[in-house]
Design a protein around this ligand. Sequence first.
Ligand SMILES: Nc1ncnc2c1ncn2[C@@H]1O[C@H](COP(=O)(O)OP(=O)(O)OP(=O)(O)O)[C@@H](O)[C@H]1O
Length: 395
Amino acid sequence: MSGYIDVIKERSNHNNVGDDTLDRLLQEKINSLQIEIDSLRKELNYYKAEMEKLLSPPLIEATVLDVMDNNRVLVRSSSGPNLLVNISNNIKTADIKPGMSVALNQRGSTIIELLKQRDDPYVKSMEIIDRPNITYAEIGGLEEQIRELREVVELPLKKPELFREIGIEPPKGVLLFGPPGTGKTMLAKAVANESNATFIHVVASEFAQKFVGEGARIVKEVFEMAKKKAPSIVFIDEIDAIGAKRIELGTSGEREIQRTLMQLLSEIDGFKALDNVKIIAATNRIDILDPALLRPGRFDRLVEVPLPNTEGRKEIFRIYTQKMKIEENINNEILANMTEGFSGADIKNSCVEAGYIAIRNDRNVVTMNDMLEAIDKIQKKKSINKGIERKEKFI
Ligand SMILES: Nc1ncnc2c1ncn2[C@@H]1O[C@H](COP(=O)(O)OP(=O)(O)OP(=O)(O)O)[C@@H](O)[C@H]1O
């Protein structure tokens, strides 16, 4: 800087510049140098922060299980074990709640950051419908099943006081069982819709994850979400994927499924019958379910959803053909009598196939022949599937 001032002085003598101007020139120079210093300092801090990030070890994510009274916290670390950890001074104990996600230091000994609550990606992958759009009127031939679901699910959600006044507890869980495609999922959606409840649809095989403890964690998070979004109905489809009879705990996969089942049972035991979370499960294989699932206080209301009888099939044909442009002479009674053994899904597929046959023949009306041809095609497909199932049984 001093060299700089000499240059200024020498120039000013030479150009007869007065002291005031000299001061101004010097001040301007000092200001511009100050700005340069500030920006260099900012840049230096930025790179220092970057270096710190690059060199700092990763933190360990953990979930708070319990806040102990001696200012210690029990956490389940994402690396597996439960740990009793300290709380760093910049965090208030009162801000720590069970279920929260926190960051532990590299040694896993101290909570150094509270993490933003996030929904587990798996749990987000569940289908959550705030208000399913299925109504009871769209379900054919299951009047008895609808009546029963309204009694044990819809009524307690809508009028819990009725049960408190009379002093009884409705069932906590309902198990719908029956062949594929008979309307179990539809029934669960319809009762969620009529109960103004959030519908959380989980396929049980999604619980059975490959990582140790993942399945149980997802079960826990699904029920936490159900409580958060209550009134809600948790619909566990294909519950036999985790609820099969306890077998020799051979592979780690079987042990993992067992752990997940245990978590499910403890979640069911964990809430009261009149809480505004209801569980409906569905299975095609009630014969292989672990009896612990069916114990009173769990899925103690079993509702069979069988293949529709002739009257039911006629009703389901009516539901689908009334939405289609069809010839006058389509007779649902005749169609129902021809489709012994058809499920509701088979009937729906027959109607869709009949529509395709009309389109392929450049017609915008479905004829009785289209329906007969479609039924014949579905019947053939069903017998092929039956043959494949029989073959698989003997392999
Ligand atoms: N009783 C019914 N009335 C009207 N439509 C039905 C009926 N049963 C099934 N369906 C039709 O079949 C489709 C499949 O039904 P849904 O998914 O409810 O069967 P599911 O019993 O849950 O089958 P899965 O056991 O394979 O899961 C529904 O989308 C619906 O269009």
